[in-house]
Design a protein around this ligand. Structure first.
Ligand SMILES: [Fe+2]
Length: 415
């Protein structure tokens, strides 16, 4: 062998350096909970699952109402049966704010719990996430940046009692900073729960309108994720299948809340759509919905329902192909249709579903002042969700969209 020959170590070093230097072609990282448990009555398994994860003392963070309805009892019983301790913090009654989070952090420290478990709707899960990560963060909330929290000392789990936000699968929480009166979105790997437990039995009592609105939130997550500029093969697969399941299950869950199969399918849909958008981002619908929801006290699901068909028509200029693909998931595609026709029937099917569910289709019945549209567009254009939208949008275009949404008139061909 010549003296110029490279050793195995030299070759390995050159190859690894060269790989590091190259741009990763279409690379992505996909994050999801380490453990997911799903099924009717699976809440009874949570104690053993937490034991397996090494937890000893659980801080249960619950919605006030969910606790009053007795939905936390089975969870507590299972934890005790597994020989674990728990402390209950059931003060959640709305979107999490800094006071609530710091109150929870104090209880976490006093109790010396090593695991935070959220149980309830999106607000309870977001509160649990906030408590778990803020416990390990020293700075002021207002200075938190997206991805600004990279670690947590305690375990984190999520038990949703509605099928909507998908928070049990996502790396996001939003906390209202009361000192500066701003909503602070926090996003990062440490926000992904270690365990998600989806028991459709806990969702049987959700009222029809909330089931409809939270269900359309799920649909919006899936549609925005599917066409997001930052989508990837895995997020697209989850988004597509979330829609395929939801289109059959949601009307049944709204019309017959006792139907366990429909609740099961909706819990799966919300989880899949949560995984999808957590790994791809959202778009213009959420960017505007955040603004009109806060300004006019419109629920998040209702705001999405109002905006969804209008923004789809707007975005169809750049994602006709993707919307056409969704016609198959929605069951409205025919072999004879062109891509353009498939795109159009997808948007019409979404609009029809929203009408069938009894959700609002325009801003006309809300106490909306058209003079606000300029301020709304200014904030929407800065919303973090806009980054993934497939079509570039200006403030003038957002205001034009809001005019159409106010009047409730979709363009000809989409009526
Ligand atoms: Fe949402």
């Amino acid at each position: 062998m010549s003296n110029l020959a490279l050793s195995h170590e030299d070759v390995a070093s050159i190859v690894s350096q060269s790989i590091r230097k190259q741009n990763v072609y279409k690379g992505f990282t996909f994050r999801s909970p380490a453990v997911t448990i799903l099924g009717g009555n699976c809440i009874n398994q949570i104690g053993d699952a937490l034991l397996e994860l090494g937890a000893r003392h659980i801080l249960i963070v619950a919605d006030k109402t969910v606790n009053k309805l007795g939905l936390v009892t089975a969870c507590q019983d299972s934890i005790v049966m597994a020989g674990l301790k728990f402390t209950l913090f059931s003060e959640v009654c709305g979107e999490p704010d800094s006071d609530l989070i710091y109150q929870g952090v104090e209880i976490l420290r006093q109790s010396q719990a090593d695991f935070v478990l959220g149980i309830g709707g999106g607000s309870a899960l977001d509160t649990a996430k906030g408590i778990a990560v803020i416990e390990d963060y020293k700075g002021p909330l207002s200075e938190l940046k997206l991805g600004g929290i990279s670690s947590r000392k305690v375990g984190l789990g999520a038990v949703p009692t509605t099928a909507g936000t998908g928070s049990e699968a996502t790396d996001i929480t939003v906390i209202k900073d009361l000192k500066n009166n701003i909503k602070v979105p926090i996003k990062g790997a440490s926000l992904v729960p270690d365990i998600a437990v989806l028991d459709p039995n806990l969702m049987l009592g959700v009222p029809a309108h909330i089931t409809a609105a939270t269900g359309v939130d799920t649909l919006t997550h899936a549609i925005e994720s599917y066409v997001s500029l930052h989508s990837n093969p895995l997020s697209k697969a989850y988004a597509y299948h979330a829609i395929e399941t939801l289109i059959t299950a949601l009307p049944i869950a709204v019309g017959n809340g006792d139907n366990l199969d429909a609740r099961y399918d909706m819990s799966v849909s919300a989880y899949k759509a949560g995984l999808a958008f957590s790994n791809s981002g959202l778009g213009l619908i959420h960017a505007i919905a955040h603004q009109i929801g806060a300004r006019y006290d419109i629920s998040h699901g209702d705001a999405n329902a109002i905006l969804l068909p209008y923004v789809m028509v707007f975005n169809s200029l750049t994602c006709e192909k993707e919307y056409a693909e969704l016609a198959v998931a929605l069951g409205v595609s025919r072999d004879s249709m062109t891509q353009r026709e498939r795109c159009r029937v997808t948007i019409m099917a979404v609009r029809e579903l929203i009408v069938d569910l009894g959700l609002p289709t325009s801003l006309a019945n809300f106490n909306v002042n058209k003079q606000d549209f300029s301020k709304i567009s200014k904030r929407a254009i800065q919303d973090i969700c806009l980054m993934g939208n497939p079509r570039k949008v200006s403030r003038v275009q957002i205001e034009d969209l809001l005019d159409k949404v106010f009047e409730g008139t979709l363009p000809a061909g989409y009526q």
